[in-house]
Write a protein that binds this ligand. Structure first.
Ligand code: SAH
Length: 228
């Protein structure tokens, strides 16, 4: 296999500027989010055959039958999260790492969980090789969260859960915000703010469509015997 070259030139920058304009016309107003998305080369996070269409506002397939979210969705979820530098942030569903890179660029301290070992391994390497800020990757079932480093100021789930997992709510600080798409069949984006120790405020933020929030870890199959 050829080693992939990660190039980012003025043409890519031009594509990104156009994409960010599209996001603005679609209603994204948070300038810090738009700036972060202007600076992260999304074409590095898509599979090579899709590089040429990396700056269209659409989801694209990645490994393990998953998807890199549509840019609008990344912008929307990130804005809902009320981002700010230094907030301790848990992302569930590392996938391509693009969303994590955007959060990292915003100066957030990112802990990101992935259940597919194949994606975890590839993305961890990719994120470590470039400077997107503070991002730590874990091969971990998001239903368990990451209690060892919690509680978190922000939790962002990028897979569709049947309901809000209690464990994630337990790992949210007071004043903390959880953004999560929820529902079987039809999904809905929820923003849940912990306003007190036992007091949650839920806002419904419209329809959503994500790959399933599935339970358990999926290990990479080892090739047995000798490859010829
Ligand atoms: N944020 C990603 C979106 C990837 S799609 C990006 O920017 O590319 C959602 C990801 O969530 C998939 O990679 C899927 O494997 C992962 N996922 C689903 N259920 C999970 C779980 N229980 N724990 C951790 N990751 C999970």
């Amino acid at each position: 296999m050829h080693k992939r070259r990660f190039v980012d030139d003025y043409l890519h920058l031009g594509h990104r500027r156009r994409l960010v304009n599209t996001l603005r016309t679609k209603g994204i107003q948070d300038k810090t989010v738009l700036d972060a998305m202007s600076s992260v080369p999304r074409h590095w996070f898509v599979e090579q055959p899709f590089e040429a269409i990396a700056y269209e506002d659409r989801a694209l397939p990645i490994a393990a039958s998953q998807t890199i979210s549509q840019p609008y969705t990344v912008a929307f979820q990130t804005s809902l999260l009320r981002p700010a530098p230094r907030l301790k942030t848990l992302e569930v569903g590392t996938g391509s790492g693009y969303q994590a890179a955007v959060l990292g660029k915003l100066g957030m301290r990112v802990f990101t969980l992935e259940r597919q070992e194949q994606l975890y391994a590839k993305t961890r390497k990719m994120l470590a090789a470039h400077r997107f800020g503070s991002i730590r990757c874990f091969l971990q079932d998001g239903y368990r969260g990451l209690p060892a480093y919690g509680p978190y100021d922000r939790i962002l789930v990028t897979a569709g859960a049947p309901q809000v997992p209690e464990t994630l709510l337990e790992q949210l600080t007071i004043g903390g915000v959880l953004v999560i798409p929820v529902g079987t069949g039809k999904q809905e984006m929820l923003r849940i703010t912990r306003v007190g120790e036992s007091d949650l405020q839920t806002e419904r933020m419209g329809p959503a469509r994500f790959v399933p929030f599935a339970e358990g870890i999926v290990k990479t199959k080892k090739t047995r015997g000798v490859l010829r």
